[in-house]
Design a protein. Structure first.
Length: 127
């Protein structure tokens, strides 16, 4: 197996991260250039509020509102559907409750630990 070097072109200078340096396909040359501003700085999206997400999860977590707020519509819809089925099953059962409510509670508690990562993903640089 051969160690193929990258093709000739402009690459981030290994000795100075603020510059691009020309790679001729075999070695670095003396030619360098500043990194264009559009590549050097990627704007961050505004993102969502951590506090708002936690409040939604604590008070309306069973309905998946916090996931809707973060743009995770599929999982939020699934959580909402499980809640609706659990409530309907609970009203028709003799005990007045449904084991599906345990699924909703566990999902919501796990989400309390996942919220920081979910909020960070809404603040990722734009592609």
């Amino acid at each position: 197996m051969t160690n193929a070097s990258p093709p000739a072109g402009w690459y981030l200078d290994p000795s100075d991260g603020r510059l691009n340096r020309w790679w001729d396909g075999n070695a670095w040359t003396e030619h360098s250039a500043p990194i264009p501003q559009t590549i050097a700085m990627q704007p961050l999206r505004a993102g969502k509020s951590m506090q708002t997400t936690y409040l939604l999860a604590i008070f309306l977590g069973g309905f998946g509102v916090h996931r809707f707020y973060l743009g995770r519509h599929v999982s939020a819809s699934i959580l909402l559907a499980i809640t609706i089925v659990a409530v309907i099953a609970g009203t028709t059962s003799d005990s007045g409750t449904s084991p599906l409510l345990a699924v909703v509670w566990i999902w919501t508690i796990v989400d309390l630990f996942l919220i920081p990562a979910m909020v960070r993903s809404t603040r990722a640089p734009r592609a």
